[in-house]
Design a protein around this ligand. Structure first.
Ligand code: CMC
Length: 428
């Protein structure tokens, strides 16, 4: 392939460099397009063909179903690392040494208290509030309680903001769930690891000792790792673009949480479970729902299927499918929903509609089944996704600031009215 691209506009040829990534991905560098052509721009709704940045964090090959963080295969990380090691690798560039990990973990623990006044904000929400809305609000509110985390112009200030949010976020996650369940708000136990502590904060009751189930802990660790980053998806792009205006880390993360909430993105895990439940309640007729998903006049989509980037099995879904079976077997849970899920998957994998469009199960198809077996309420599923994605958002935000990326500001093609005369209200 030549290392330049020629674009012909009205008979005039303009040449643009082609840049190559470390996995041989090619991109036409159109940074100078408007300047050279006198204002011609590109249009790409949903950014299906647009690279928004150069990034050294996550490599994804959707055609072959490959996902790597900092060069490490997701399969290895899910099997051999724990969530904090993966978070460190994403944020700081490589897996930590023992002392590096210890320092990171201790600094996070030192920052795991929340200002008691934050409770007042939480208490003002109705019990019925969706936990994602609460989480986004509380994350944004953290800025007010930690104003120094907004200015991250030094490495030290950046590090402090990172360990603060890594320490406080699990408490927010636990509190949003406890508030909905009417349980007293608690703090963690610094003698526990990150994931154990999260489980303890979520599930402990004031009148009994909470015993951590190692099977649940391992499965949750794996789920968080699998969700930890996914390059320039909707919420990550949101975090980067909000941060590109030099808004603070916590405000940018809050925007990312809102972006993740939607059912086409992170909200799909809740939507999948609700869909599987609805199919079960409706007699378990998967064929009926397959037909609905294929019917273009019906808005129903098979939730947990399809992906913007993967046109092959989502490698995360493969790992989660195995983990779901292990957790259910180990816990002795016989969930009829798993059978519905397997049935839908089998039918979809041989159905020409899904095969032709390369629609495979995605990360969210099986994750909800595990969360449910763990006793996590359905509307908390996307909150768990947000906790997993936190290090990825932080890493991407940090990279965006380190690369001194310009403020994100796409162009448009205006298709509205041309200049017209103003009419006084009585003439309209
Ligand atoms: N069920 C039925 N048809 C589908 C589905 C589905 N789940 N997904 C895509 N299609 C069809 C779609 O109708 C279109 O058909 P046609 O070419 O005939 O018009 C074709 O497949 C391409 O779909 P698209 O909407 O143009 O693809 P996209 O890249 O814009 O959307 C997606 C990707 C994930 C939003 C979409 O597949 C979807 O809505 N899936 C269900 C929601 C879901 O599971 N989301 C979680 C994504 S993974 C977690 C994450 O990263 O957030």
């Amino acid at each position: 392939m030549s290392d330049t691209a020629i674009i012909n506009i009205n008979g005039e040829a303009f040449e643009f460099p082609i840049i190559t990534g470390s996995e041989n991905e090619k991109a036409i560098d159109i940074k100078k397009l408007r300047g050279l052509t006198g204002g011609v721009t590109t249009i790409d709704p949903g950014y299906k063909n647009t690279g928004s940045c150069q990034s050294a964090i996550t490599f994804l090959n959707g055609e072959e179903g490959v996902l790597r963080y900092r060069g490490y295969a997701i399969e290895d990380l899910a099997e051999k690392a724990d969530f904090l090691e993966v978070a460190y690798a994403l944020i700081f560039g490589d897996l930590p040494s023992k002392p590096q990990l210890e320092k990171f973990e201790n600094d996070i623990k030192d920052n795991s208290l929340l200002d008691v006044d934050l409770r007042k904000i939480l208490e003002a929400f109705p019990k019925s509030a969706h936990p994602m809305g609460v989480l986004a609000s509380l994350t944004s509110a953290l800025t007010a309680f930690n104003p120094t985390s907004v200015d991250v112009s030094s490495d030290e200030a950046m590090y402090n903001a990172i360990v603060k949010i890594m320490g406080k976020f699990p408490v927010l996650v636990a509190w949003t769930m406890r508030k909905n369940k009417g349980l007293p708000l608690n703090y963690g136990d610094n003698s526990l690891g990150y994931v154990e502590n999260l489980l303890q904060m979520m599930f402990s009751k004031p009148n009994e000792t909470y015993k951590i189930n190692p099977i649940i802990k391992d499965a949750l660790d794996k789920l968080l790792i699998l969700h930890a980053d996914h390059e320039q998806n909707c919420s990550t792009s949101t975090v980067r673009i909000v941060g590109s205006s030099h808004a603070g880390l916590f405000a940018s993360l809050s925007a990312g949480i809102s972006a993740l909430w939607g059912p086409l993105h992170g909200g799909a895990n809740q939507a999948v479970l609700e869909m599987l439940d609805a199919i079960l309640q409706d007699g378990g007729d998967t064929a009926k729902y397959m037909a609905k998903a294929k019917d273009k006049s019906d808005p129903f989509r098979l939730m947990g299927f399809g992906h913007r980037v993967y046109k092959n099995f989502d490698p995360r879904a493969k790992i989660i499918k195995v983990a779901a079976k292990e957790v259910l077997d180990d816990l002795g849970v016989d969930d009829p929903i798993l059978e519905i899920a397997k049935g839908l998957e089998q039918e979809a994998l041989k159905d020409p509609y899904f095969v032709d469009r390369k629609l495979y199960p995605n990360v969210d198809f099986y994750s909800g089944i595990i969360y449910r077996a763990m006793g996590i309420p359905t509307e908390m599923f996307t909150v768990m996704f947000a906790l997993g994605r936190l290090p990825g958002w932080i890493a991407q935000w940090k990279e965006m600031r380190a690369r001194k990326e310009p403020i994100g500001r796409p162009r448009q093609i205006y298709i509205g009215e041309n200049l017209r005369a103003f009419k006084n209200i009585e003439n309209r």
